[in-house]
Design a protein. Sequence first.
Length: 330
Amino acid sequence: MNFSAEKVIDVTGLGNALMDFLVEINDDVLVDAKLEKGGMYLVDENRANELLAGLQQIKHKTTPGGASANTIKGVAALGGESVLFAKVGEDGHGDSYIEAIEMHGVKSRISKHNSITGHALTFITPDAERTFSVHLGAALMLGKEDILEDDIAISKVLHLEAFQFEGITHNTVVHAIELAKKHKTLVSVDLADSFLIERNLDLFKEIITRDVDILFANENEAKAFTGKSGLEALKQMAGMVDVAVLKLGEEGSFISVNNETSKIEPVKVRAVDTTGAGDTYAAGFLYGYTHGWNIEKSGRLGSLLASKVIEKIGVDILDIDIQGVLKEFD
């Protein structure tokens, strides 16, 4: 793909800004918190504050998260130019989020709202099972006025997380897509969650067929979206977009472009925490793609970068030997 000279930002992201709290616990802590193992709970502010208070006595790790943010952090870490549009609260977590995003090398277009910063509590039990409690908070307040047309105009790719197609952020995402199309900026979407797709299937098919250029999905998401499995799902996705990516975890991935499919072999590692692996895969692929790499090489970078993330707790790109990763592609 050849991009015009004015496109000096590789990837601009728009997403839910969530401070990730990663906690390694025993099963009895989940029982006490009345959380079913493996579940994902969207909670209100009171319940969120109650669970946060319980963390004061438990060792935990924090990192700026959210699906798009994880991808944008990865692009920046690889040396790409990246921007993030998001919304945080007027609180200490909001300040920390912005500081951490900028520390990753991302240009912050993060604004504030007078509510609490969105966050995701990830409880990790000894069997490596993850249980989530999510409060979106200020992330839901991202509006059209927060999206800067000048940034999208000079971006090669606008990357979106599917979560924001649902609910009150829908109009903001549609506005961003309209700006991208106006300025010939490619639109990339990660399908994010199979239940989300099932709730909004007709909407997703309409937007993706009409507006999306690059589509990422794991096997469950692809099946929810197409009703097909494996390569049949990929084929149907490829009929809607220019670049379709099917992520299969430890079995690798497939990428379809112009009716040609490339198999990307997995990188064998011991998985500790798969949080953000798909987001990081997208980071590697989009970095390669926006730098003129071929599809297979871009996919291999995505696979390798994702493997580095799942070897540790949390999506902390700064802990990865990025130069060592890039040397694999010299």
